[in-house]
Design a protein around this ligand. Structure first.
Ligand SMILES: NC(=O)c1ccc[n+]([C@@H]2O[C@H](COP(=O)([O-])OP(=O)(O)OC[C@H]3O[C@@H](n4cnc5c(N)ncnc54)[C@H](OP(=O)(O)O)[C@@H]3O)[C@@H](O)[C@H]2O)c1
Length: 344
């Protein structure tokens, strides 16, 4: 699109209403092509050509006005093609919440405080999709949360749930680099093998086919020191029993709730008192001043292969996103999943 073109075709993915807590399926999505006019930008807003969508366990939609369908918002990367926001000049590379559509007009109230101008860290020799994963918000979350909340000490044992996912695979490798014994769980034998043979986890188990308490007791005979919780399910009750004195639970994600599971309250919280445990949450958005430090440390490690990662990039038109998302939610991919519809 050029500045003189005022009309353009915007392909958009719509979602039909879902019962509360139910994960979407392919049949909930529909792709439409709409002719739109190029927006007149108000102060603080931007206009983005979307390129690489990040598939994440949560998506946003809005049925508040009783609409039969809603647009879908997730994270992704695009090129700024018009801007009235000095943090995101024209031509810069944008990462943030974007609707699943070819072009997005984003006002300053639409998640721009959760957005990043990637140009400060972009390495042209690294595929853009990697900035949806290990060098993006996921990687930054792991790098920063382990530093702030982990208090990692050589010789300690850390357990990571959803360890073959985007955050989990990096958490294990960073903990290993600091001399910890690393245990992970994942939902298939193939993922379990990947954790041990490719990522260097000391031990891993399949949480779908093995008893979690028995597996953790056997794999951590010295007890656990840290639980990096990406799931927020009843695993925490098992972990509270197995944590050593002064152990930590870092609460990062709620994958089970994204899948429609009810939140659970552990009955053995008394361990927090008796074993002097720390149980802390972490939200990445408070720490955005650390992006450049993150890229400075992690980019060389990713480039030279010291940090490994799995990713799947599905290329095509926007209509591939529904099927890809359905399979992603069922654990059908390892690591970060992106859908690429354009180059930037
Ligand atoms: N606190 C923050 O600032 C922050 C920032 C970024 C992300 N997060 C959160 O971190 C969590 C992980 O994000 P991610 O991008 O790394 O996700 P992810 O692991 O890539 O998510 C997909 C994987 O989750 C696993 N999974 C799904 N449901 C599960 C369940 N009930 N129990 C165990 N595993 C399940 C599946 O793998 P299996 O085959 O192994 O089941 C699936 O492949 C998410 O909840 C996300 O919202 C938090």
């Amino acid at each position: 699109m050029t500045a003189s073109n005022t009309q353009f075709m915007n392909t958009q993915v719509l979602i039909s209403p879902l019962p509360e807590g139910v994960a979407p399926k392919k049949s909930h999505f529909r792709t439409v092509a709409i002719t739109e006019s190029k927006p007149e930008l108000e102060e603080g807003s931007i206009f983005v050509k979307n390129a690489v969508f990040s598939l994440d366990p949560y998506i946003l939609h809005d049925f508040s006005k009783g609409n039969k369908e809603s647009s879908v918002t997730g994270f992704g990367i695009g090129k700024i093609i018009d801007s009235k926001n000095p943090a995101f000049p024209i031509g810069s590379t944008f990462f943030g919440p974007i609707r699943w559509e070819s072009y997005s007009h984003l006002t300053k109230d639409q998640g721009l405080s959760e957005s990043v101008n990637l140009d400060a860290g972009l390495d042209k020799n690294i595929p853009l999709s990697v900035y949806n994963g290990v060098l993006g918000l996921s990687g930054f979350t792991v790098w920063d949360s382990l530093k702030r909340r982990g208090d990692l000490k050589k010789g300690e044992t850390i357990y990571i749930s959803s360890a073959a996912g985007t955050l989990g695979q990096l958490a294990g490798q960073l903990a290993k680099r600091q001399g910890l014994r690393v245990i992970g769980s994942a939902g298939s034998d193939e993922k379990v093998a990947y954790l041990k043979s490719e990522l260097g986890f000391d031990a891993a188990f399949n949480y779908k086919t093995q008893d979690r308490r028995q597996a953790l007791t056997e794999l951590a005979p010295q007890g656990l020191d840290i639980y990096y919780d990406l799931v927020f399910d009843d695993t925490v009750e098992i972990v509270l029993d197995l944590l050593n004195p002064h152990g930590r639970i870092i609460s990062i994600g709620a994958l089970a709730m994204h899948q429609g599971q009810e939140p659970v309250a552990p009955k053995n919280l008394i361990h927090i008192l008796m074993k002097q445990l720390r149980y802390e949450g972490y939200m990445v958005y408070e720490y955005y001043d650390q992006w450049e430090a993150f890229w400075k440390e992690m980019t060389p490690l990713v480039k030279n292969g010291e940090i490994k990662f799995a990713e799947t990039v599905i290329e095509g038109e926007l209509d591939v996103i529904a099927e890809t998302y359905d399979r992603f939610l069922q654990g059908g991919y390892k690591g970060k999943v992106s859908v690429k519809i354009a180059d930037v």
